[in-house]
Design a protein around this ligand. Structure first.
Ligand code: GN1
Ligand code: MG
Length: 360
C-alpha cells in the first residue's frame, strides 16, 4: 500500500488531540475498514474508510450522517448518546485521499458492543436504542436525506438481482446450491409485502437506520443501558419494519450469522418477546398496522439477507467481506434456517406481538 494512504497517515488530516501512538484494525463490520486510533494524551478515535464499491456516493453518506448526528445532538441531553465526527483543515467531516477513498473519524466512546446478547436485558436495551433512535428522528425531514443505496430494503429488487445471478452463474456455483435457491424462490411471492404496504400508504414512511444488528449499538460499561446507535451509513427513509425485523433476525437467533452447525440455529421466542417489548416501549408512535406487521418485518429481513448472501456467493463474493470461500453460503444457510423456524413459530410470534402491544 502507498504509504500516504495508510490509516496512520490519513489520521493526520483530522483535528485530533495529542500525538497518535497506535492505529489498529477494529470491529466486525462486513463493509467498511475500521481502525481504532490512540493518542498519547489518552484520546481515542475511530477511523474508517467507507467502502466505495458499496456506497457509490460517499460524500452523500457523510452528508446524511452529519445531518442526523447534528439533529440528534440538539435533542439529546448527554453528548455520549450520539457520534461526534472530527473536522479536517478544510472544515469537512471527511477526507478524500488520492485514491478517491472517503475517510471519516469520530471520537471513540467507551462502551460495550456485543456480537450477540449475553442476557435478555442486553437485547432489551438494544431495542430501546433503536426504538428511541426512530422515535427521535420522527420529526426529522426524511426527504432531505440522500438514498445512499437505492432500493436497499426493496426485497423484490433483491430477488431480481438474485435471479440474474442464478442465470449468469458467473463462478459455476449454482449446481451446488440448488436446494437453497429453491427455498428462496418458493417464497418470492411474499417479497413485496412491505414495499407494497409502503406504496399504498398502509405503512408510513419513516427515517430508519436500516442495519439494526446488536453490534451497531453501544451499551454503557457500568450500567449496561443503551447508550448510542452506531453505523449510520444506511440511515434513509424506510419502514420501521426494516429496523425491527433486522434486529430480530440477528439478535433473536440462537447462533452466529455464520454458524456451520444449523442444528444450533433457531429464533428464540423468548428473545423475540424481549425485543418486541423494548421496541414498543421506546417507539410509541408505531401505528396499528406497523405493530400488526412486526412478524412480517422479522421474516422479510431474514429472507432478504438470505437472498443477498446467496447472490453474493453466486457472483463470487464481491460485496460482503469473507474470511473463507464458503462464508457467504454459510451465512445464507443460517438465514434460511431462521426463516423456516419463523414459519414454524408464526402463530406464536403473532400472539406475542399482540400480547406485548396490549400491555402498552
Ligand atoms: C452489512 O457492515 P455491517 O456488518 O454492519 C450490510 C447489512 C447486512 C449485514 C449482514 C451496507 O452490515 O445490510 O444486513 O452486513 N450493510 C450494507 O450482516 O450492505
Ligand atoms: Mg455495522
Amino acid at each position: 500500500m502507498n504509504i500516504s494512504l495508510r490509516p496512520e497517515s490519513i489520521i493526520t488530516y483530522f483535528h485530533t488531540h495529542g500525538n497518535i501512538i497506535e492505529c489498529k484494525e477494529f470491529g466486525s463490520g462486513h463493509i467498511n475498514d475500521t481502525y481504532k486510533v490512540v493518542a498519547d494524551d489518552g484520546h481515542v478515535y475511530v477511523l474508517q474508510r467507507i467502502n466505495k464499491n458499496v456506497f457509490n456516493d460517499t460524500i452523500a453518506v457523510m452528508e446524511n450522517v452529519s445531518a442526523v448526528t447534528d439533529f440528534l445532538r440538539k435533542t439529546l441531553k448527554c453528548p455520549r448518546e450520539t457520534l461526534h465526527f472530527l473536522r479536517t483543515d478544510e472544515n469537512l467531516r471527511y477526507y478524500i485521499d488520492e485514491n478517491e477513498d472517503c475517510w471519516r473519524c469520530y471520537e471513540f466512546t467507551d462502551g460495550i458492543c456485543l456480537e450477540a446478547p449475553e442476557t435478555d436485558e442486553d437485547f432489551y436495551e438494544s431495542a430501546i436504542a433503536f426504538g428511541r433512535f426512530q422515535e427521535m428522528l420522527s420529526t426529522f425531514p426524511a426527504d432531505s436525506l440522500h438514498e445512499t443505496i437505492p432500493l436497499f430494503h426493496n426485497t423484490p429488487n433483491r430477488y431480481r438481482m438474485f435471479k440474474e445471478a442464478v442465470q449468469k452463474d458467473a463462478v459455476g456455483r449454482v449446481a451446488t446450491v440448488e436446494e437453497e435457491i429453491r427455498f428462496l424462490l418458493d417464497r418470492e411471492k411474499e417479497a413485496g409485502l412491505i414495499c407494497d404496504a409502503l406504496e399504498s400508504g398502509e405503512l408510513p414512511l419513516r427515517v430508519t437506520h436500516n442495519d439494526t444488528k446488536i453490534n451497531n449499538v453501544l451499551l454503557d460499561c457500568k450500567t449496561r443501558k443503551a447508550l448510542c446507535v452506531l453505523d449510520l451509513d444506511t440511515v434513509m427513509p424506510g419502514s420501521s419494519l426494516y429496523d425491527y425485523g433486522d434486529s430480530i433476525r440477528f439478535g433473536a437467533a440462537t447462533a452466529a450469522e455464520d454458524e456451520k452447525d444449523l442444528s444450533k440455529v433457531t429464533m428464540s421466542l423468548n428473545l423475540f418477546r424481549v425485543y418486541t417489548a423494548g421496541y414498543l416501549k421506546a417507539c410509541s408512535t408505531l401505528t396499528e398496522k406497523e405493530i400488526q406487521m412486526l412478524p412480517v418485518g422479522a421474516k422479510m429481513m431474514t429472507l432478504e439477507v438470505a437472498v443477498r448472501f446467496l447472490t453474493d456467493y453466486l457472483e463470487g463474493d464481491h460485496y460482503f467481506k469473507v474470511a473463507y470461500p464458503e462464508h457467504n453460503l454459510d451465512r445464507a444457510r443460517t438465514q434460511i434456517k431462521l426463516v423456516a423456524d419463523m414459519e414454524q413459530k408464526w402463530d406464536e410470534m403473532n400472539r406475542i406481538v399482540a400480547e406485548e402491544a396490549a400491555k402498552r
